[in-house]
Ligand binder design. Structure first.
Ligand SMILES: [Zn+2]
Length: 466
């Protein structure tokens, strides 16, 4: 057997060997020393950093070494310890196979003195690989168990960045940010879009925890995060009550989820451009009116054709109509009639409770099905089939719940219509729309004189929500 003159040095550092002193530099150095002692020539180093072989992630340098072996560029391999080379038994077999095909018989380890080519050495290598694998698996299990335990005890999961609203200990509430969060929730539930809220945060120079800009996706994740209602989530499920103070109530959290579900279902993502979008009906044919901008003015029009199905024979200038309806809404906020209507609506709390129960039941049923599939009790097809009606029910319930929460837009506004009318122009369109929509079911527009710019109030019939 000739002395290798194109030996490969392989080193790998993984996050689980801190403290053992086997850093990459030392592994390489020790391998080179061994090579010198044996009289081998080292042709190349192959170093993988911070990757656990057990995790199954790819090791590019290891693969490059196998490729070089196959190409005949390597005639010997030097490794610090066998656990650097392979940590899963299957990998050891792959490596031995690669050596065999390349007819390379020279492999040396700095520690352990394993000779993979004598019968006992091979056996020993296999046992060591199996033990290394078990140790890794045990460690993964220990870590997983620890995570699980922390979750059920309600301890926070400490990620790289603290959550907005909490200090770096993930537990102590930051009063200023908590207040911002509550405002975000209130405005979101009142119908403002995530996009509009992100713009509001930026305009007010509220910093994110990382110092980057506010993104709608960041904001959405923040709004739907159960942590703010005091829940500890583990593997996507609520595992326990968290060991920190909630910033909002459980009920608010549910309303947020319902609101997102409603938005998703209605597919309405573009920002509102017209105050009365979706609320107007044609007085001739009854279908909804669409906004339509012309060079000089904005209008709402009845559209004919397959997508819209209207008579196409009605239009109204937007500006005076919007002022008129807004005035009516602000006036109504101060009427005793509205106060009575809202008093009637409080019975909707009971309904909300019923819907919430239905929501919980459906969610639980879905989880049971997932479990049954995971256990092998039902097939993938059965699982998918069984899911459909439950998901449908879930969506319907979420929409119904969202409809009830329209009342939320009016919190603090009833009886304050006059004060609100003074600040109305300063509210953004999204907020204005939410307030109008909370009170107005729809508005019927009657036929008018074509081209008239002034509003004929006789054409407008506001139908209030009850
Ligand atoms: Zn029409």
């Amino acid at each position: 057997m000739s002395t290798p003159n194109r030996a490969a040095v392989y080193a790998r550092i993984s996050s689980d060997i801190e403290g053992t002193g086997a850093g990459v530099a030392r592994q390489v150095e020790d391998c080179r020393k061994l090579a010198a002692g044996l009289g081998w020539q080292v042709a190349g180093e192959y170093v993988d950093n911070d990757i656990s072989a057990y995790s199954g992630k790819r090791r590019p340098e290891y693969e490059r070494m196998l490729a070089d072996l196959a190409d005949g560029l390597v005639d010997g391999v030097l490794v610090y310890h066998i656990d650097r080379l392979t940590r899963r038994p299957i990998e050891l077999e792959e490596f031995l196979g690669a050596l065999d095909r390349a007819r390379v018989r020279q492999v040396k380890f700095v520690t352990g003195d394993t000779d993979v080519f004598s019968g006992d050495g091979l056996m020993m290598a296999r046992v060591m690989a199996a033990m290394a694998a078990k140790e890794s698996a045990d460690k993964s299990r220990r870590v997983a168990r620890k995570h699980q335990q922390n979750a059920t005890e309600g301890k926070p999961h400490k990620g790289a960045t603290r959550p907005f609203g909490y200090e770096a200990d993930f537990v102590t509430v930051r009063a200023d940010e908590a207040e911002v969060y509550r405002q975000l929730v209130a405005r979101f539930l009142a119908g403002e879009s995530t996009r509009s809220l992100a713009a509001w945060l930026s305009a007010n120079e509220v910093p994110t925890v990382t110092g980057s800009d506010w993104q709608t996706s960041t904001l959405k994740n923040m709004l739907i995060n159960p942590r703010y209602a005091g829940f500890r989530v583990h593997r996507g499920q609520i595992a326990a009550t968290g060991q920190w103070d909630p910033i909002i109530t459980e009920e608010q959290h549910r309303q947020i989820l319902a609101k997102y579900a409603e938005k998703k279902n209605s597919g309405r993502r573009a920002p509102q451009r017209y105050l009365l979008s979706g609320m107007l009906r044609c007085g001739k044919c009854g279908v909804r009116l669409y906004s339509s901008a012309r060079k000089t003015s904005r209008r709402y029009v009845c559209l004919s054709g397959p997508d819209h199905g209207g008579c196409g024979g009605l239009a109204i200038t937007a500006d005076p109509l919007e002022r008129f309806v807004a005035d009516a809404v602000l006036y109504r906020l101060d009427t005793s009639e509205l106060a009575d209507t809202l008093a009637g609506r409080s019975s909707s709390d009971e309904r909300a409770a019923d819907l919430t129960t239905a929501l919980d039941e459906a969610t639980e049923r879905l989880e049971q099905l997932a479990l049954a599939f995971a256990n092998g009790d039902i097939s993938m097809r059965e699982w998918m089939t069984a899911r459909k009606p439950i998901e449908q029910r879930l969506m319907t319930t979420q929409r119904q719940l969202a409809a009830i929460t329209h009342t939320t837009a009016l919190t603090g506004l009833v009886g304050n219509g006059e004060a609100l009318s003074r600040s109305w122009q300063s509210l953004n369109l999204s907020r204005q729309h939410a307030i109008v929509e909370a009170l107005v079911d729809h508005v019927v527009i009657g036929p008018g004189t074509p081209g008239a710019q002034a509003l004929d109030p006789g054409r407008v019939c506001v139908v209030w929500r009850h």
